[in-house]
Structure formats: structure tokens, C-alpha cells
Design a protein around this ligand. Structure first.
Ligand SMILES: Nc1ncnc2c1ncn2[C@@H]1O[C@H](COP(=O)(O)OP(=O)(O)OP(=O)(O)O)[C@@H](O)[C@H]1O
Ligand SMILES: [Mg+2]
Length: 270
């Protein structure tokens, strides 16, 4: 137990050495944890997930994956690369980046083919995930012809089919209708119950309690403002407001205007 999956020590990243995106992040993810990354637009959530997925590398500071420092040069070794990509999967915030094949079916087959998963096994997994996500009717369609929500479901399928030990999800419920969103959360929770480690960037506070035991809030300075048990962070209304995670409701009662913070936990009372 308590096996370290990722450890970040004073990680800095800037795009093109000009646009600062993360400034000194310390973080640890342990095996089997569910973690949420929260923060305002532009606070660095997607950048953090891309660093964990080794798509980009720190300008300063270190990232350790299972105790071994992640170095760009390691990825020149095809075997290291294959193992890492089999172990860690990222669902991008923008599904258009994830889906690039002429058909949905080819997109879902792409990962297993690339990673050398045996054909029968790949087909078994694909049938299961396509059934679970209810996307059977989309298989012969071109990804660009799908609705945003349909694209997101297909993007999630392209990662889950690889059965990675660590699943990184960037705003997985954005643009999904409430029932589809519920369904995706159930799939994420079920994967975690099977031992998968889950890291989710989201603005959707309604899902945080379910998809996270612990949460990190990033601030505008692109640092960790606070981390701790998800429940604890969620109950700190002032902290959430400070980081654009809750909004003020404005409405009228008996002709008088009222402004109060949006209570994201209201749904538990109904
Ligand atoms: N490709 C890029 N080139 C230059 N700057 C970038 C690029 N991508 C992101 N940034 C900058 O890096 C910072 C962090 O962006 P990032 O996308 O990680 O934030 P985020 O928390 O995921 O935001 P959102 O909630 O809008 O998805 C922002 O200031 C952003 O402008
Ligand atoms: Mg983002």
C-alpha cells in the first residue's frame, strides 16, 4: 500500500519558455487514489495532466513516476515508451485532439494496435467499452461528425480500452447531459474500485466528492493554493469563491435583489 505513482518536486513549466503555466508544484499521487485538480481557467490544470502523461516535461523541478525520474530521453526507448503509454492514459480536455482517425472504430482500435495488444483481447475490450458507453451506433461515423458529448464519450473509450493503471481525465463531464455525466462518473468510480489510480481536472464541483478522495486547488499564480481531503476543501466556501469555483446567484424575491453564493452541495438535500 501507499505505493507512490507520481511525485512532483518544485515543478515549473512554461510554454515556449515564455508563457508561464505552472510555478513550483509539489504533489504526490499514490496507487489507487482518486485525486481532483481544481482551479480557475488558466491555472494550469491541463498542463499538470500533460506533465503527468509525459507529453511535456518540466523546465525546472522533477517528476518521479513509480520512484523513477521521468526524463524526455527515456521516451527515445520504444520499449519504455510502450510500457509507459500502456500504464498511463490521458483523456484530453478537447476531444478533437484525441480523435484523428477517419472513423470512430479506427480511433478506438488505434491505442490497442499501437501498444501491441493481441487482436482477440483488443476486440473483447472494445466490445465491452463500446457497450458500457453506448457508442455502438457511432462506430462507422467520422469523429468530426459527432456532437461534442458523443466525441467526449469516444475519447474516453479510446483511453479506457487500453486499461491503463493510471487514468488522467481533463474535464471528463464537460458538455455531457446529466445522465451521461452520471454514467461516466460511475465508469470512473468502477475503474478506481478495480484498483486504477484516477486524477481528474474539473470545474464541476458536483462530481468532486465522488471522483476524488483528495483534491489540489491551483491558484492564479499557478501554484498549489491548498490540498487536502476533497470533502474539507469543498466545504470551504470562501476558498472555492477565491478560486472561481463557485459563483454568486443573483435573483429577486418579492421585488428585492438577493445575492448569495451558489451552494454546490444542495443536491444532497433532495
Ligand atoms: N499551447 C500553449 N501555448 C502557450 N500558452 C499556453 C498553452 N496552453 C496553455 N497555455 C497557458 O498556460 C497556462 C495554463 O493553462 P492550462 O491550459 O494548463 O490551464 P487550465 O487550468 O487547464 O485552464 P482551463 O480551466 O481553461 O482548462 C495559461 O496561462 C495558458 O494561457
Ligand atoms: Mg484545462
Amino acid at each position: 500500500m501507499d505505493e507512490s505513482i507520481f511525485k512532483l518536486v518544485n515543478v515549473h513549466f512554461s510554454y515556449l519558455n515564455r508563457f508561464s503555466a505552472l510555478c513550483g508544484i509539489d504533489m504526490e499521487v499514490k496507487k489507487g487514489e482518486k485525486i481532483a485538480i481544481l482551479g480557475a481557467n488558466g491555472s494550469g490544470k491541463s498542463t499538470l495532466l500533460q506533465l503527468l502523461d509525459a507529453l511535456i516535461f518540466p523546465n525546472k523541478g522533477d517528476i518521479f513516476a513509480s520512484g523513477r525520474q521521468l526524463l524526455e530521453t527515456d521516451f527515445n526507448d520504444p520499449e519504455f515508451c510502450r510500457k509507459f503509454r500502456s500504464r498511463v492514459g490521458l483523456v484530453f480536455q478537447n476531444p478533437d485532439i484525441q480523435l484523428f482517425c477517419p472513423t470512430v472504430k479506427e480511433d478506438i482500435y488505434f491505442g490497442p494496435l499501437q501498444l501491441g495488444i493481441e487482436k482477440n483481447e483488443a476486440e473483447k475490450r472494445i466490445d465491452k467499452i463500446v457497450g458500457d458507453l453506448g457508442i455502438g451506433g457511432l462506430l462507422d461515423r467520422a469523429p468530426h461528425q459527432l456532437s461534442v458529448g458523443e466525441k467526449r464519450k469516444v475519447a474516453i473509450a479510446t483511453v479506457l480500452v487500453i486499461e491503463p493503471e493510471i487514468i488522467l481525465l481533463d474535464e471528463p463531464t464537460a458538455g455531457l447531459d446529466p445522465q451521461t455525466s452520471r454514467h461516466i462518473i460511475d465508469i470512473i468510480i468502477e475503474a478506481n474500485e478495480r484498483g486504477k489510480t484516477i486524477v481528474t481536472a474539473t470545474h464541476d464541483l458536483h462530481i468532486v466528492e465522488e471522483i476524488a478522495d483528495r483534491a489540489y486547488i491551483l491558484n492564479r499564480e499557478k501554484q498549489v493554493a491548498k490540498f487536502g481531503p476533497a470533502q474539507e476543501l469543498l466545504s470551504d466556501t470562501e476558498l472555492l469563491r477565491e478560486h472561481n469555483l463557485t459563483h454568486m446567484h443573483k435573483h429577486r424575491h418579492n421585488g428585492q435583489a438577493h445575492i448569495h453564493p451558489h451552494q454546490h452541495l444542495d443536491h444532497h438535500q433532495h
